[in-house]
Design a protein around this ligand. Sequence first.
Ligand code: EPS
Length: 389
Amino acid sequence: MHLRLITAGESHGPGLTCIVEGLPAGLELDREAIDRDMARRQLGHGRGGRMKIETDRAHVTAGVRHGRTMGGPIALQVANRDYTNWDERMNPWPVEADVPEVHLPRPGHADLVGVWKYGFTDVRNVLERASARETAARVAGGAVCRAFLEAVGVRIRSHVVQIGTVVAPERGAPLTVADFDDVDADPVRCLDADSSRAMVEHINVQRKANESIGGVFEVIAFGAVPGLGSHVSWEERLDGRIASAICSIQAVKGVTLGEAFEIAAKPGSEAHDEIFYSQERGYYRETNRSGGLEGGMTTGEPLVVRGAMKPLPTLTQPLRSVDIETREPAQALRERTDSSTVPAAGVVAEAMLAYVVANAYREKFGGDHVDDVRAAVERYCERIGWKPR
Ligand code: EPS
């Protein structure tokens, strides 16, 4: 049993769609929880004018009846309110109006390679699908995967640890789910108040200088059972799957699992998580440097993943480029844009991690009804003597 998540839609087209296939029947969904995730993705200091136009909601059109899944593909639709302003430029069908083409590719975006590869003369045919607006559909689908994970005891949270040059200090104790209770109330979704203020200030200064800003988010899955993924074959290694899913988020250029680059510099004696056993706790670790992954499998400790996001490539003071019609030097396309979307990227990463972990549960435990899945998870935890934490 596999889980599939597929999206369709362009940034200024009529709307976005997400289809999630492979969830069990009987799973209770909460409409408000899905829309809460949609709204959380729109938050964050550094967003541009577009977020004032959109109020994203996921409209379920298939797979759910009276609040419960029926085992078939679930379809979720998200309207682009801005489409009313783009009706001629983005209409799926031919229009009377003369719609000018875009010929100015932005360095760092999909624009130039996309027109080569797909044989277009109009950059808009590429940028509309490459846009991070697509992540609204991923979050809708991710919210459904998250509901499934919550039914088996997994909770996923995220926060921002760096924006531009401002880095939040490492926290002394390991994070718990409760630490994230107020994270969405913070303007940059950072858990450290001083760093948050400095991040907001940094965004303000850079935005005034016509710059965009990147950063780093961390996403954590709490409560996943040991043994998701497998060492037996490279495609089944969960670390590879997680890295792939997080790196597929627009503008993400790097992913780390656990203390990746820090432990690369340490001797082996300080790089691993020693194994202990006690009657009450069963097997346990006192550190989690591995980020909850050993041999491509979950260890039962929290899954800790970071993503590094480059500064957004749409700039209010554009970089040098070439007009693809005349091949003369030109400035890249200047478009309304966000200056920082690291807080939103964290929410998108929650959706991607939810998908990968939910898929691993579907592969490992199967089950047509959600109660079958729960029973299989319980049986397995009993066999290996692992207690949910
Ligand atoms: C984006 C450009 C901006 C962002 C957009 C991603 O949109 P617009 O061109 O309409 O101003 O706001 O992100 C979203 C719309 C969203 O929902 O996240 C881009 O070029 O990637």
